[in-house]
Design a protein. Structure first.
Length: 406
């Protein structure tokens, strides 16, 4: 098939859609990506993409077409400008793309507005649109601190409903998302395929066995517990910091945070305030370095903020769960909802309530002295192989796209 993929974010930004597109090419499809200028997470467009440079690129068989946009930088106003600028400018560019694509795939992270260029292409050239919902909107606004009574939420509720309803087909990452479409958005979810995310091949235990040169060495002789991913409000890395502070006199355990995000500075300050010198903040590393980190970890940390009313936190299967499981590592979770159930039911780790740093500290101390860590890791890998492999994902995605062939 000839496929157009619309995603505001793409290589060199750290998003899984790059691997999806390159795998589609490896499976014999022709793929063109309509995306923006890279500026996530730093908030600045690199020098190599300024002044009209690199608006068209080719990487590993994928043709990349880039729309201009307003840089994210910092602050809510800049982020809104970033979102709106891509939706508008990429929509104009989409109309000028060539005819002949068999289908359009939207990799819909945040915001949902990034789907609009796909509809602009459909109006101009007729190809049907498959929307792959990774982040549900406007629920993501609640995870970001907005209330249901806020103007932003109320405005985006109607906008999100119309954008989702306009898709010719929708796939979701979690079965709980279908309930949200029915109960909150009032949309029929009966035809929506559930398509959980997967981890890149490099996270397999065999691939991770050799520590990458770019991976920092973790503390020898300690039980190394690793969090990897975005450090934002929804992830509640503060829970890890506070749990670590409770264990700062326990010389067996070292905590590590790999990643960055809006809450990173606050977490670092909290660690200093609490004297949690057993937490190391490593920043964001290249994807290729992370298997080397995982190989050294004894266990992986998965945390969510505590908000019983937040449907996103209850329904989301975070992609770090797949990466942790693919690497065959035990998972220590402070989470509620479906992610917590997966950890408990599979027996691949330990779990306490979201936001409960005292309970998390207890689990970490218990884990450090447990004799059955390897068995938990084997169960984690089995979970991945049974539910979350790349082949399973790609087979389902191809089947759904084939249904829409123009």
């Amino acid at each position: 098939m000839r496929l157009l993929v619309v995603s505001q974010h793409y290589w060199p930004e750290p998003f899984n859609v790059t691997d999806v597109c390159e795998t589609l090419v490896a499976r014999g499809h022709e793929v063109t990506v309509l995306t923006g200028l890279p500026n996530y997470p730093e908030g600045r467009v690199p020098e190599g993409y300024r002044g009209g440079r690199n608006r068209r690129q080719s990487r590993n068989g994928v043709e990349i077409v880039r729309s201009s946009l307003v840089e994210r930088r910092s602050g809510a106003a800049r982020r809104v400008a970033n979102y709106l600028s891509f939706a508008r400018r990429a929509s104009r560019l989409a109309k000028r793309l060539p005819v002949g694509f068999d289908a359009v795939l939207v990799n819909q992270t945040s915001p949902v507005l990034m789907a609009l260029p796909a509809y602009a292409y459909r109006r101009a050239h007729g190809a049907k649109v498959l929307l792959y919902c990774v982040d549900i909107w406007p629920e993501c606004l609640l995870a970001g601190g907005f209330s249901k009574g806020s103007l932003a939420y109320r405005a985006m509720l109607g906008v999100s409903r119309r954008i989702y309803a306009a898709a010719d087909a929708v796939c979701v990452t979690s079965p709980g998302f279908r309930d949200y479409f029915e109960d909150v958005l009032g949309l029929d979810s009966s035809g929506m395929a559930v398509l959980p995310q997967y981890a890149e091949d490099i996270f397999s235990p065999d691939a991770a066995a050799a520590v990458d040169d770019g991976a920092p060495k973790l503390k020898e002789g300690r039980c190394n517990l690793v969090f990897a991913g975005n450090v934002g409000a929804a992830q509640s890395v503060e829970t890890i910091v506070r749990a670590a502070a409770r264990l700062k006199d326990d010389g067996r355990i070292a905590f590590h945070v790999f990643g960055d995000g809006t809450s990173l500075a606050g977490c670092e300050e909290e660690a200093r305030r609490l004297g949690a010198g057993n937490v190391a903040f490593h920043g964001r590393l290249p994807l290729e370095a992370m298997p080397g980190v995982y190989a050294q970890a004894d266990g992986m940390l998965l945390t969510f903020a505590r908000d019983p009313e937040n449907i996103t936190l209850r329904c989301t299967i975070p992609r770090k769960l797949q990466s942790y499981a693919a690497a065959g590592k035990p998972i220590i979770a402070a989470a509620d909802g479906i992610a917590a159930r997966i950890v408990e039911e599979s027996g691949c780790g330990l779990r306490c309530a979201a936001g409960d740093d005292e309970a998390l500290a207890g689990l970490c101390a218990e884990f450090a002295g447990m004799p059955g860590k390897d068995e938990m890791g084997r169960r984690a890998r089995s979970l991945y192989e049974e539910r979350y492999t790349k082949d399973r994902f790609m087979d389902t995605l191809e089947k759904e796209l084939e249904k829409l062939r123009a």
